[in-house]
Design a protein around this ligand. Sequence first.
Ligand code: EPS
Length: 382
Amino acid sequence: MRYLTAGESHGRCLVAIIEGMPSNVHISVDRINEELRKRQMGYGRGLRMKIESDEVRILSGIRNSKTTGAPISLMIENKDWPNWEKIMDPVVSSSERMVTRPRPGHADLSGAIKYGLKDIRDVLERSSARETAIRVAVGAVAMQLLEQFDIEVHSHVVSIGGIKCKETTDYSKCFWDIVERSEMFCADNEAEAKMRDLIDKAKAEGDSLGGVFEVVVTGLPIGIGSYVQWDRKLDARLAYALMSIQAVKGVEFGYGFKAAEMPGSMVHDEIYYSEEKGYYRVTNGAGGIEGGMTNGQPVVVRCAVKPIPTLYKPLKSVDMRTKQPVEASVERSDVCAVPAASIVGKAVVAWEIASALLERYGGDNIEDILRVYKEINSKKGY
Ligand code: EPS
């Protein structure tokens, strides 16, 4: 499967085309909109989220709530568009709200030089994390494919601005219910209260905050992804997809960077077998992936999200017209978007897992794929 997105932050809309989705997969529009609603949540979001109430429109590829096998096209209208219509008009030129003072940490400077653009707006409109709205819609379609196989994708916030949640490996329904009920998608109420205080402080100081989120995939069979070629390794594919999310600066699986400090005897997950379960493990240091393939354990991957580069107390920069020192431009933005990023993370992981799953079990319609899937995975031993 593959997909592309298009659209600008303050353009008319965001769109995506999905190619390769099998037919007869039940798709609920409400389920997609639910993910879009979650992406807009989180303490620390800016004023834009009060303007938008993202809703997907399906333009093709789905009929009577089922995929037809044809390319699926999705659209999300930007409710802010009427306020930007003159500035963003594709034909009539406008120098209103021109941006010439690049923000450190954003795509502004390199993008303007690379594409030979005088107005940094042409860079920031596309590099903006607004684009993740449509990626969440794409991911919500992939999640509905995975649900047919009882594969679930969840995410939660692990830390913000250095405030860490209690560590857990209890990925029960009860745990995810707590996460869902939290405005910050954080299962630790005490840590969440501290995070809110820190966000208030950062906001008052014109600063921004980053953090860490974790994505967990359960219900996976052994053998999604492959060791035989570098670009088929599932962890490599997931890292690529996650690193493509705006502001993500690091990705780790299982014990991740901690594994580098531990002896092998403590890191690797010993192998057991029972008639009932087949092969199984009692630890998950590998984060569910060995040799680029799922090993039957939950996939556990964490992402480090840098603080948002738009600061209301701007950093030093240089005006690209005059080359004089100035303060970086201020574009309306969020103080902290880690909870939103956790929803985007879940979406891109769902997409990669769904793609790799289809490569393993093939087929043009969901019935054929499920038949092959059940036949292969009913064998416990080997
Ligand atoms: C948005 C993400 C952020 C917001 C944007 C909406 O994008 P950026 O990466 O450019 O900081 O700033 O909102 C605006 C551009 C605005 O006008 O408020 C999102 O996730 O929807």
